[in-house]
Ligand binder design. Structure first.
Ligand code: IPM
Ligand code: MG
Length: 357
């Protein structure tokens, strides 16, 4: 089959990790008889530097004309002092909003070979960690009304958390559907003891749950959830939560699996189109040094094969290749431990491509 993939390398380590993910996809294409056509577009700081805006119309149009999008990372100190709407991060929000990608899947999996890189005590790790964070991605405080005004005590600024029933219903459904294919447990995370938006959120989740009687549903307030993730990660299978809480909890979940350099993500809407990106940032401190861990981006490409192209066998082949290379002791700096073989970003990508079967 033939697929067109818009690649948005972006800033910092974005270009080097994206290159490795494309190399792995090319190898998948050779082995399984698919053709992936990559079309590269500007995004983030790189786009600000070249054309003065983080998400050029050409980039958005290119993404819309593709079968899926592979994004590296955006942002960096160079653009940190820019005002609200010309920050690199605006590109991400623009893409998510404009492409209607309301469901963000962030799997946090601890690979057996990386047990030593995990920050939790071995007895807490038990037989491994495998959590799917389902984060709402196009609503809530990220997209609500915001602004500044003069108040009695000087300037004021505000951001608004707003959710409609429709927005909650569709993300809840995504979470329950995913849970049905996993261990049939959903934890809803909100702040319903304080926020009205959370009370609506919870009532809609409860309503959707009626359609999934096989799924066990529980609710946690976000403060408690952040504690429980460390105290006993095994209690979680699928977590469904708001844009803001999901942002925070997915970073936390990534850390208990060892390195944020390992975690992929998929952003989906209705239909098969999706955007795939590592959950980590642009790591400007190691940009261009060939030291970055490309695994999160390679695993994001695997998610693309699974969710956008319906190529489950190919997705598993990529995931198995990653496991095989880790089992053989190869490590980038972020997941290195004594006795392992330190490799560069490019070497890691090549090893994974070569391990593909
Ligand atoms: C993420 C990032 C983004 C977010 C930033 C860069 C806008 O932290 O994808 O988790 O907050 O969603
Ligand atoms: Mg984040």
């Amino acid at each position: 089959m033939k697929f067109v993939i818009a690649t948005l390398p972006g800033d910092g380590i974005g270009p080097e990790i994206t290159e490795q993910a494309c190399a792995v996809l090319n190898k998948v294409g050779q082995l399984y008889g698919h053709s992936f056509e990559f079309k590269e577009y500007l995004v983030g700081g790189a786009a600000i530097d070249k054309v003065g805006e983080p998400l050029p119309a050409e980039t958005l149009a290119g993404c819309l004309a593709s079968d899926s999008v592979l994004l590296g990372a955006v942002g960096g100190p160079k653009w940190d002092n820019l005002t609200g709407d010309i920050r690199p991060e605006q590109a991400l929000l623009g893409l998510r909003g404009e492409l209607g990608l309301y469901a963000n899947l962030r799997p946090a999996v601890l690979y057996e070979a990386l047990r030593d890189a995990c920050l939790l005590r071995p007895d807490l790790i038990g037989d491994g960690i495998d959590i799917m964070v389902v984060r709402e991605l196009t609503g809530g405080i990220y997209f609500g009304d915001s602004g500044r005004r003069q108040g009695p005590n000087g300037e004021e600024a505000y951001d608004t958390e707003l959710y409609s029933e429709m927005e909650v219903e569709r993300i809840a459904r995504t979470a329950f559907e995913i849970a049905m294919k996993r261990n049939k447990r959903v934890t809803n995370v909100d702040k319903a003891n304080v926020l009205e938006s959370s009370r609506l959120w919870r009532s809609v989740v409860l309503r959707v749950a009626e359609d999934y009687p096989e799924v066990e549903l529980n609710h946690l307030y976000v403060d408690n959830a952040s504690m429980q993730l460390i105290r006993d990660p095994h209690q979680f299978d699928v977590i469904v939560t708001t844009n803001m809480f999901g942002d925070i909890l997915s970073d936390e979940a990534s850390m208990i699996t060892g390195s944020i350099g390992m975690l992929p993500s998929a952003s989906l809407g209705e239909g098969r189109f999706g955007m795939y990106e590592p959950i980590h940032g642009s790591a400007p401190d190691i940009a261009g040094l060939d030291k970055a861990n490309p695994i999160a981006t390679i695993l994001s490409a695997a998610m693309m094969l699974r969710y956008s192209f319906d190529l489950e066998a190919e997705a598993q082949a990529v995931e198995n290749a990653v496991i095989q290379v880790l089992d053989a002791g190869y490590r980038t700096g972020d997941i290195f431990s004594p006795g392992m073989k330190l490799v560069s970003c490019k070497e890691m990508g090549t090893l994974i491509a070569e391990a593909l079967k």
